[in-house]
Design a protein around this ligand. Structure first.
Ligand SMILES: [Zn+2]
Length: 408
């Protein structure tokens, strides 16, 4: 039976910043390549999900997004209720008629490469800062409790958690680990490392090829170093830098990344969930991080705001606009002139302003669509800047223009 394997191929580097291609390939039981079924250019942004689907997206809109970023993070516990494996799940499943017109044959060859890569984790990305809410693990009896925001705590044994990840059959599997906020005791940080390595070993007993090891250890340099070295010894396809976006400031964030990266091999992909603003992302990319995932573009939309920043120094635009402002009520321009998203192609600022004033949920839909689209454009421009050796200039220009203006 074919199995999935994840590979990352570097392309261009500028300083520590790098571009590359993340591939999901199918291999036979001997490990021989059968074919490549998905590919994603990095640095990239994986859209997050809420209860199994990107929030506010219709199926048609998601299909449009897949041309730009064919990757989504799904939280494992939600899908576990579904019971039929993640690729059949209604909101992302490629086999669903929702996505593939009745009678249309399954995708093959190049067409498959644009299908959604599913990154499976125990993070609830659009709730509570992407934290991996595993706590209370008793290594002796192999059980941990997992906090589900909507339903309180649920308890799983490690065996159940491992089986769940295997049965759901994601393209990329993030090992279960224990996130710790920036300000906890050193003892708890060390414990987060032990717990995370312990579960990783259990997961690797039955999954190979597509497991991402999570590096924990909070803000303790020694714990981070131990975690990075121990995780790197194991048969993982890449790394997740855990416990980011949990109270640290930008310099602390950079410091923690610098503690980790020298101890993990450069030829494997590096995920960093919880890093969301352009400022944080530019910094993390400049240090060598590849894949991001946060609720930032959705969150901005929930406040009635549209991000419209420009990375072109010759174009003068604010970082974002607040469409609740009544000054937009007669504005017949799209949210952002020239943007190719569904919202900007079909509606005006005045319409979104009206929808917000009347509390119509379509406002959130259009703002989520625009903000996520604009964010994916930002990543495309960032990749191009690395490709032409202009990332440092790109970063500096952006920070000069927006760092003091953006309310981050
Ligand atoms: Zn737009």
């Amino acid at each position: 039976m074919p199995m999935r394997k994840v590979e990352w191929t570097p392309s261009v580097t500028e300083g520590e910043a790098r571009t590359g291609c993340l591939s999901i390939v199918r291999v036979d039981e001997q490990g021989n390549h059968i074919d490549r079924i998905k590919k994603i250019d990095t640095p990239c942004f994986f859209l997050g999900s809420r209860a199994g689907a990107p929030p506010n997206f219709t199926v048609d809109i998601w299909n449009e997004f897949k041309k730009k970023c064919n990757a989504v993070q799904i939280e494992a516990e939600t899908i576990s209720q579904f019971g039929r494996g993640i690729h059949d799940f209604i909101a992302v499943g490629e086999k669903q008629n929702n996505f593939r017109p009745r009678g249309k044959p399954e995708a093959t060859g190049e067409e498959r490469l644009t299908e959604t890569a599913i990154y499976l984790s125990f993070r609830d990305p659009l709730n509570y800062n992407s934290i991996c809410n595993v706590d209370g693990l008793a290594v002796s009896n192999d059980a941990f409790s997992f906090v589900v925001r909507q339903r309180g705590k649920m308890k799983l044994t490690t065996h159940q958690g491992v089986k769940l990840l295997k049965d759901l059959d994601g393209d990329l599997i993030e090992s279960i680990s224990m996130d710790v906020p920036y300000h906890v005791t050193s003892k708890k940080m060390r414990r987060s490392v032990d717990v995370s390595i312990h579960i990783l070993d259990k997961i690797l007993e039955s999954n190979t090829g597509n497991v991402l090891g999570v590096i924990q250890g909070g803000s303790d340099e020694r714990s981070r170093t131990v975690s990075a070295k121990e995780t790197a010894k194991r048969n993982v396809c890449g790394f997740v830098l855990g416990s980011f976006g949990l109270g640290e400031d930008l310099s602390q964030q950079s410091q923690m990344i610098r503690w980790i990266l020298p101890h993990i091999p450069a030829e494997k992909v590096r995920f960093i969930p919880g890093i969301g603003t352009p400022l944080q992302i530019l910094e993390a990319v400049s240090l060598g991080c590849d894949v991001f995932n946060s609720d930032y573009p959705h969150l901005i939309g929930e406040y009635g705001q549209a991000i419209i920043f420009s990375t072109d120094a010759s174009v003068d635009r604010p970082y974002k606009i607040n469409l609740r402002d009544r000054k937009f009520q007669l504005d017949q321009e799209p949210i952002l002139k020239g943007c190719t998203c569904y919202g900007c192609q079909n509606h005006t600022r005045a319409y979104v302003c009206h929808l917000l004033a009347t509390h119509e949920m379509l406002a959130n839909v259009l703002l989520s669509v625009h903000n996520c689209w604009h964010y994916l454009e930002f990543f495309r421009e960032m990749r191009e800047s690395i490709g032409r050796g202009g990332f440092n200039r790109f970063k500096e220009t952006f920070l000069e223009r927006y760092y003091s203006k953006a309310e981050e």
